[in-house]
Structures are given as structure tokens and as C-alpha cells.
Design a protein around this ligand. Structure first.
Ligand SMILES: Nc1ncnc2c1ncn2[C@@H]1O[C@H](COP(=O)(O)OP(=O)(O)OP(=O)(O)O)[C@@H](O)[C@H]1O
Length: 607
């Protein structure tokens, strides 16, 4: 950023190659988005009336060992610049060049070289500060690090970030208080630093902090840059005088254009020289960026950029991926379960809601239908049949309870995905295993109470298996909808709609023989059809017309068994319990695949 620094870097580089240091530079960086209609003045009317240019032809460089701030009025494009340099933009049109040590960065370079601290904290509320850091260390540190080394790294981080006093405090959530805002910010910084990335970007690291805590955070960043050689860039609003003095460089933008790039200590003179105070919120005339472009500051910055790029090219970017050797996805799955599943299982609310629903429903059924299962009169059989169908319906409607599981963690999921913590499928599997494991016990409790209380005549093992599979389908269905749609509201209106429609095709409300031809295809996709069919076949398959003549055809007077009446006998597939279970399993796999594809390909967060 200034020639003297480039000289220093050059001198140092000769003795000790800039191995783990990465300088970031950019040229002609322009970022624009398509907008429907905007009254903003920087809409490029000539190019296209619907293109909003947010960053306009920016040049700049950020060096190792330096702490640089990006300043500018609200909406000037600071976060956009940071996102762009960190490779985190997933929409819009990006033009221009970005270099890491003089080379265009690859996806791996972005992922393994850059630490990014987002403006809003994204932490796992159930974990303590130490667990959160350990969890991230296990996901991100090389497989070659031992558990002792990871613990030592976390301890070092806790000390460096001054988090000793809250080491064992739960992070908490907006509804259940845990650590303070300043501590949460420092934990977030710790997560980005755990791998000691050569480049660290921070989006407003001091927002929401009191001036003393803000000073501490900036002081910490200053030390990091100096002691570890990290290239640190932070967007910042209204820093205190002390915080300002901790920075080396200032990059100022206004309406997406550079108005200053250079040392912090020269900024005041520069602005005063041109008749303006340093205040970034002061409104500057549009020609100010032109003034900057023709200024000596701009020439110096360009020279510095060129020489830094050339010097750093001598020490090409170390393959951070190789250096880090991230753990396998299987290991990451284990880490997710070890920390997050265990934390959920320790949460009384999480466990209680899953058991309470099943238990209460089982108690109602038990007391209402007690002993009816072994009775052979028509009314009892009709009652038990409705119980078996409602049991299936409950799994469908109960699925809504699993919608928030993915939805409320979405910000955290996107942050961890961007940080390279895991792949979407790994996250999905961890969520599924978390529910599937607990569902074994809740389904078992339910099955024991209902099967033996109602005195059903099938086999307990099969009843439990169908009950468990149906519960899992509810979970998987909720995940698929939740991952595909943007909000809980939308998911909670789509899911019951789908389930209600499925009800009509389950074989209880309307016999399969009466379903209009045009709708028959749909009945084959209804999980309720197979679950209800399986329950019924298991319960009534050993009965004969002679033993249990419950329904008599009004026209020809032919007696029918229960299974015949519900179209569950003499069909090509539906008279087979095995086929019903196979179809249920197939639907489970189908919905799971949909959910995983939605997680991979649909990004609800636009950046
Ligand atoms: N994807 C997008 N679509 C439309 N407008 C966008 C998009 N991304 C950014 N913008 C707009 O670009 C401008 C710059 O946004 P940005 O968040 O970078 O500003 P900022 O300087 O960081 O603001 P603040 O200091 O308030 O956080 C804003 O007006 C924002 O609404």
C-alpha cells in the first residue's frame, strides 16, 4: 500500500520466503446486479436500465502484516467489496481481476486461505465457548493434528481472545442469554482464526460493541497482523480515535468508487488538503473519486500494488489445502454428531418435545381403544382400522415439527459451508441421524403402548418397523420442503397441504377402486397408502371371510374381509407386506435425495 512497506517486505522476503503470507490485490473490480426498478443514481442507464453498479472499477491492494480498514458511508459497497475479495458472492456480475500473491485465486485458495468474520454472529447456541472452538477446530484443522494439538490451539485462542472468563459459558440464543455480544464477536473471530489463515476479512467487527470492547477487538487484530503476518482487512463504522490509530491502511469508498487508498496517518492531511474533514459520513461531491484518481495518492498506491504483487509472486501462494489436509467427510460427520447431536440430546426441551408428542398420543389411543384390537365385531374392526390410518396421518402432520430444524440454522449452515467446514450431504446426514436415533426410542415407546394396549393382532416387530419408517418419512419430508423453500412460513403451509392431499390417497377415505383414473398415479406416490397398507395387512392378514365377515356387499350380498374391502387383497402389489415396506423405504430414499439436492443447489441467501 506504500512503497516503504514494499521495500520492507522485499528485504524480509529475501531472507525468509513469504511462505505463509498472502497479499491481496485487485484491478478494475466492478460488481453489478440486475434490479427491477431503482431510483438510485448509480444505475447505469446507458448500459442497461436495470443494472445497478455497486462497485465501479476499483483498484487496490492489502498487504501481509498490515491492518487495513475499509470505510465509507452506509450503502457505499464496503461489505460487497469484502464479499467479492473473499469469493463469497453468489449473485450479480463480477468483472475485473483479483490476485492472491499475484495469482488469480482458485476456489480452494478462497476456502483455505481466507478467514471471514461475518457481521452477524453465527454460532451454535447450545455449545460453550470452548466447545464451539473445539468443534470448529475438529472440522477445519488438518487430519494430521492430534487431539492434544487441537486442544492446545483452542486454549491459545481463548487466551489470545481474552475469553478465559467465559470459557465454559454456553453461547446462548436471543431467547436464552449466554455470553455477551463482545464475547460472541471474539468467538467468531476465533473461529476464523483457528486455522491461522494468511488472510482475514472482517465485516464490521466492532458493530454493536461498546467503545472499550471495540478497542480491544481492534487491538487484537493489530497484534495478529504484526505477530503472525496476517493480511487483515476490516470494514468499520465510526472507529474511536484509539481504534483508528491501530490501523495501518485506509481504503475509502463512496458510491462504489475509491476516494482514498493509503496510510491512515496521511488520510487527514489528504482530505483537509482538498477541503474536507476525515469524517466518512460527510457527503462528498461526485467528482471526488475523479480527484482521487488523478491524485498523487492514487499514483503511489498503484506503484505499491505493482511492486507488492511482483515481490509476493516470488513466494507463490502455499497450497493451503495440502497444508491443511482437511478431515474426511465421514470424520466431519462424526464431529457434527459428537458436538451438536450430543448438545441437542442434553437439551430437555429437544428431547421432551419428541417424546411428549408420541407419549400423549399413545396414551389417548390406549385409553380410547383399549383392548379393541382382539375384538371381531364390525364396529371394533372399523374403529381399529381408523386408528391405524390416523396413526399414519399423525406422522404426516407431525412432520411440521421438524421444519424449523433446518430453517433456523440456515445462516449458520451457510457460514459453515462457506468456511469449508463440511459438505451439504454431511450436514444433512448429521441432522437425519440425530432425529433417526431418537425416533428409535420414541417409536418404541409409542409402539409398546399402542400395540399391547389396543391388543393388535399383528406382529409387534412389524408394527414397530412401520411406525418407525413412517416417522422417518415425516422427518425427511419436512427436511425436503424446508430445504427447498425460503422460509418457515412457506414450508408450514406447503407441508400440511401435501399431507392433506396424501390423506385422500391413503386408501381409507376413498377405496382405490373408486379413485378416478386420472388420479390413480398420485395414489402410488402417497406414503400413507403404503404405511396404512402395511399396518392393515400385518393386522388382518390371518383372518378369513368365515372368521371375520364384516362387510357385506349391498348388491350381491357377498361377504368381504377387511383387507378385501380396503382394496388390500388380490392386488398385484398391495397384498404384500414386503412390497409396502419396500415402497416406504423407496419413498424415504426419494425424499432424502430431494432434500439433499435442495441443500446443494438452492441457496436462499443472496449475496
Ligand atoms: N445482491 C444485491 N442486489 C441488490 N442490491 C444490492 C445487492 N448487494 C448489495 N446491494 C446494494 O448495494 C449497496 C451496497 O451494499 P453494501 O452492503 O456493500 O454496503 P455497505 O457499505 O457495506 O453498507 P453498510 O455500511 O450499511 O453495511 C446497498 O445499497 C445494497 O442495497
Amino acid at each position: 500500500m506504500c512503497t516503504s512497506t514494499a521495500e520492507t517486505l522485499k528485504g524480509r522476503n529475501k531472507v525468509n520466503k513469504v511462505e505463509n503470507k498472502v497479499g491481496v490485490s485487485f484491478e478494475g473490480l466492478t460488481y453489478s446486479v440486475k434490479v427491477k426498478n431503482t431510483g438510485k443514481k448509480n444505475v447505469d442507464d446507458e448500459k442497461s436500465p436495470s443494472t445497478l453498479t455497486i462497485l465501479n472499477d476499483l483498484n487496490g491492494s492489502f498487504e501481509p502484516e498490515k491492518l487495513t480498514m475499509i470505510m465509507g458511508p452506509s450503502g457505499s459497497g464496503k461489505s460487497t467489496l469484502l464479499d467479492t475479495l473473499a469469493g463469497r458472492k453468489n449473485s450479480g456480475i463480477l468483472e475485473g481481476k483479483i490476485f492472491f500473491n499475484g495469482n488469480p485465486p482458485t476456489q480452494d485458495d478462497y476456502r483455505f486461505t481466507v478467514g471471514y468474520v461475518e457481521q452477524f454472529d453465527t454460532l451454535v447456541g447450545e455449545l460453550t465457548v470452548e466447545q464451539m472452538l473445539l468443534y470448529t477446530a475438529e472440522l477445519k484443522l488438518s487430519v494430521k493434528t492430534t487431539s492434544e494439538e487441537r486442544v492446545a490451539r483452542v486454549a491459545e485462542m481463548i487466551k489470545m481472545l481474552n475469553l478465559e472468563s467465559c470459557r465454559n459459558t454456553v453461547i446462548g440464543s436471543p431467547l436464552s442469554r449466554g455470553i455477551s455480544g463482545g464475547q460472541a464477536k471474539r468467538v467468531n473471530i476465533g473461529l476464523a482464526l483457528i486455522t491461522r489463515p494468511p488472510v482475514l476479512f472482517l465485516d464490521e467487527p466492532t458493530s454493536g460493541l461498546d467503545s472499550r470492547t471495540a478497542n480491544e477487538v481492534i487491538e487484537l487484530l493489530h497484534r495478529l497482523a504484526k505477530n503472525q503476518g496476517t493480511t487483515i482487512v476490516a470494514t468499520i463504522h465510526s472507529p474511536t480515535g484509539y481504534a483508528f490509530s491501530q490501523f495501518d491502511g485506509l481504503y475509502m469508498i463512496h458510491s462504489g468508487e475509491t476516494i482514498y487508498e493509503g496510510p491512515v496517518d496521511k488520510a487527514q492531511t489528504y482530505f483537509e488538503h482538498h477541503g474536507f474533514a476525515r469524517d466518512p459520513d460527510a457527503s462528498l461531491p461526485e467528482w471526488f473519486s475523479d480527484l482521487y484518481k488523478s491524485s498523487e495518492m492514487s499514483q503511489l498506491a498503484a506503484q505499491s500494488r505493482k511492486s507488492i504483487t511482483e515481490i509476493l509472486k516470488e513466494g507463490p501462494i502455499v497450497n493451503q489445502k495440502k497444508l491443511r489436509q482437511p478431515p474426511s467427510e465421514f470424520r466431519k460427520l462424526f464431529t457434527l454428531l459428537k458436538f451438536r447431536m450430543v448438545a441437542h440430546y442434553k437439551d430437555v426441551e429437544f428431547v421432551a418435545t419428541r417424546f411428549a408428542e408420541k407419549f400423549l398420543y399413545a396414551v389417548v389411543l390406549l385409553t380410547l381403544y383399549f383392548g379393541l384390537g382382539e375384538k371381531t365385531d364390525t364396529e371394533s374392526i372399523a374403529a381399529v382400522t381408523s386408528l391405524l390410518f390416523l396413526n399414519v396421518a399423525l406422522a404426516g402432520f407431525g412432520a411440521s415439527a421438524f421444519v424449523p430444524a433446518l430453517n433456523i440454522e440456515r445462516k449458520l449452515f451457510y457460514r459453515e459451508l462457506d468456511d469449508g467446514c463440511y459438505k451439504p450431504i454431511t450436514y444433512y446426514c448429521s441432522k437425519f441421524i440425530e432425529e433417526a436415533f431418537i425416533a428409535i426410542f420414541s417409536s418404541l415407546l409409542f409402539s409398546l403402548l399402542v400395540f399391547y394396549g389396543v391388543k393388535l393382532t399383528g406382529h409387534f416387530g412389524i408394527f414397530f418397523l412401520i411406525q418407525y419408517l413412517t416417522t422417518l418419512i415425516g422427518v425427511i419430508l419436512a427436511y425436503a420442503v424446508s430445504a427447498a423453500v425460503p422460509s418457515i412460513d412457506v414450508a408450514c403451509s406447503i407441508l400440511p397441504l401435501y399431507v392433506t392431499i396424501c390423506l385422500f390417497f391413503g386408501g381409507y377415505f376413498i377405496p382405490f377402486s373408486k379413485i378416478p383414473v386420472g388420479w390413480v398415479w398420485y395414489s402410488w406416490t402417497s406414503f400413507m397408502r403404503y404405511a396404512f397398507g402395511a399396518f392393515m395387512i400385518d393386522n388382518y392378514r390371518d383372518t378369513t371371510v368365515g372368521e371375520m365377515p364384516i362387510f357385506v356387499d349391498a348388491i350381491d350380498g357377498t361377504p368381504k374381509t377387511v383387507l378385501e374391502f380396503y382394496g388390500l387383497e388380490n392386488g398385484p402389489i398391495m397384498n404384500s407386506l414386503g412390497a409396502c415396506i419396500a415402497f416406504l423405504t423407496g419413498l424415504l430414499i426419494f425424499f432424502a435425495t430431494m432434500g439433499i439436492l435442495a441443500l446443494v443447489y438452492i441457496r436462499h441467501e443472496k449475496r
